[in-house]
Design a protein. Structure first.
Length: 345
């Protein structure tokens, strides 16, 4: 079964082709991605209307590119999958509309996929895929969650952010320091030359006794420190960046370890954009090795939003018998959609 996946939830247009034949992990045949970073940089953040319009321009050329690179034709596609949510409503509608129109033209079924399920399952495309069950740390954009995953479609929410997510803390703190959009990667690069102990910043909810997160207070502390530094900020910016990153990573690492203790599981999956952070990976690798815990990540190029994870999630749900394919082409999108809503008995 060949699945074409289309991702358009925010500011990346992704298209991929996956072979989900048989019972093994679906195999990635080809994928292509276009990032809108340069377009949104002038505004300091994503402009939803511009994002939607750019998805319209990119999705079909990317589809042709993917098919050509895979040496396949659209006639060979068995299912067209698309991101149904969560995400920006207008951006989601572009992908859904194109996917359902294409499916109708081909006489093939269309299938909506949960964006976060795509991230959660994306490490299955890596050279070191996980095995069920595992704990998943989802750190993608506005989402920071810990989930227990027993199998495809069985997700138990263990903890989540009550305000800003880790990715938002990176981006908003970077903006307070005058770093360009997208702030998170710029802050991480700047932090490489700084001292992570230079400033004493809060670790919200670190000792709360539960698995929830909160990063809004950290952002406020960064703002306060930046104002205190005044003109000195420029010379101390690397130290402030390193201290901010250290605070975020410490919370993510310790909450993840608490989730492993609570569940008794020995496999941890880290997925989403923040999962590419080098400090997070190195600290998790070190502490998990000490505790006999296996850690799995997506390949670095699949940490960002991409079509491969959407095609993969569709393929794995079909293999698990969780979807009944129909050739109806009406669709809706779900800009706010909890991953736990997908859980099956």
């Amino acid at each position: 079964m060949v699945v074409l996946g289309i991702e358009s939830s925010c500011d990346e247009t992704g298209v991929a082709l996956v072979d989900a034949s048989g019972s093994g992990v679906p195999r990635l045949l080809s994928h292509a991605l276009f990032s809108q970073i340069d377009m949104h940089q002038a505004y300091g953040g994503v402009v939803p209307e511009l994002a939607s319009r750019d998805h319209i321009r990119r999705v079909l050329p990317l589809t042709h590119q993917v098919m050509a690179e895979a040496g396949s034709s659209l006639a060979e596609v068995d299912v067209v999958a698309y991101t149904r949510g969560p995400g920006l409503a207008g951006a989601l509608l572009v992908g859904a509309g194109v996917a359902c129109s294409l499916a109708a033209a081909l006489g093939k079924p269309a299938m909506g996929v949960h964006h976060l399920e795509g991230h959660l399952l994306s490490p299955f495309l890596s050279a070191d895929p996980p095995e069920f069950p595992f704990v998943a740390l989802l750190v993608s954009g506005g989402h920071t969650q810990l989930m227990r995953v027993d199998r495809v479609g069985s997700y138990e929410l263990l903890g989540e952010t009550i305000d800003d997510a880790a990715g938002e803390a990176f981006d908003k703190s970077a903006k307070l320091m005058g770093l360009p959009y997208p702030g998170g990667p710029h802050l991480s690069r700047l932090a490489e030359g700084g001292d992570g102990t230079a400033f004493k910043l809060p670790r919200p909810l670190l000792h709360s006794g539960d698995l929830d997160f909160s990063f809004a207070g950290l952002k406020t502390a960064v703002l306060t420190q930046a104002k205190r530094l005044g003109p000195e900020l420029e010379s101390r910016k690397a130290d402030l960046a390193a201290s901010t990153q250290a605070a975020i990573v410490e919370v993510l690492v310790k909450k993840s370890l608490a989730a492993m203790t609570q569940t008794g599981l020995k496999r941890l999956v880290v997925a989403g954009g923040v999962g590419a952070n080098a400090l997070l990976r190195s600290q998790l690798n070190a502490v998990c090795k000490q505790r006999g815990i296996r850690v799995h990540y997506p390949e670095l190029h699949l940490c960002t939003d991409n079509g491969a994870m959407i095609a993969l999630a569709a393929g794995m749900r079909l293999q698990a018998g969780l979807e009944t394919l129909q050739r109806g082409y009406t669709f809706d999108v779900k800009p706010r959609w909890g991953l736990a809503e997908l859980t099956t008995a």
